[in-house]
Design a protein around this ligand. Sequence first.
Ligand code: 3AT
Ligand code: MG
Length: 335
Amino acid sequence: RNLKMKTLCRRDINSLKDPFLAVFESLIPADEEKIKQKQLLSRLEKLVTQEWPEARLHLYGSCDNSFGFSNSDIDISLAMENRDIDKGKLLLKLVDILKSKNFQNVKALPYARIPVLKFVDPVTGISCDICINNALAVVNTKLLRDYAQIDARLRQLVFIVKHWAKSRRVNETYQGTLSSYAYVLMCINFLQQRRPAILPCLQRMETTYSKSVGNVECSYFDQVEKLRNFGVKNGESIAQLVWGFFHYWAYCHDFENDVISVRTGATFSKSSKGWNTRVGNDCHFISIEDPFEVSHDLGRVVDKNSIRVLREEFERAAEIMQNDSSPFVTLFENY
Ligand code: 3AT
Ligand code: MG
């Protein structure tokens, strides 16, 4: 591993810049799709407020964090002022309402860790998930969207990494691999750690935005329009960054000892969080700290078997980026 770490970036890497940009552009949703999503949201809001006048709907996840592909699902949080509400009951009532309006495949999972309702809109064919009072997800969605506005290379890198993860089937939390949210945090942390840095650490700057969600205080610098030139001293292209990202996760990251943390813009030792010892089923084979819910390790879904799969995939991608003259077929080859 040490030997490989010393390998320098391939000399012809920048010839891959335009093809990678073309992959990125092919995945971006069209404006009409965004418009359809907003229209669906207001149709749903009308239905919901007829029953609960104080309720509001907020988008979160990839349809609102700027990292969504075309044709992706939309995630909605139903905000209710009454915090003691029985979420299960409310979801079941919402099932009845949606069914009566001909929404398709309406299914509630009222007893899941985060109770959720799934359905398909018959007008647009868009699949939706609704959960209740998921305010933390709405705030972390804003954080991700704010980071994306600082440097265009973040959005490019995330699209390529998500496309790779979906093609290689390592974006499936129920199979023990990582969520899209976790991959976005890995990309942000990677760009925070380039030298010169491509992204700042917004949570270490002056607070211009602050929101308490339960007992979690979410605060950071959100005037990102002032940071548009932040990364200009670093001239790395998207091709170099894709190479560097996979190289880092294949050969440089200390999986055993380190936590990656967007909150601090760095990595730090697992022992400082007690994540170096196994507690119950939590093994922390890969540790990614949630930026706000800091006791939450997004790697906790990863087990002994899936960490091997993940690391093999990082190494496979790094080898391809190092050696293939045209990596675009092999890198995204369906698993
Ligand atoms: P896709 O395009 O749907 O793959 P996404 O960005 O919508 O990607 P997810 O479906 O993984 O991402 O999650 C939806 C949002 O829910 C993203 C994030 O705001 C929130 N979220 C997901 N997992 C967690 C988590 N473990 N802790 C806190 N928030 C989370
Ligand atoms: Mg989603």
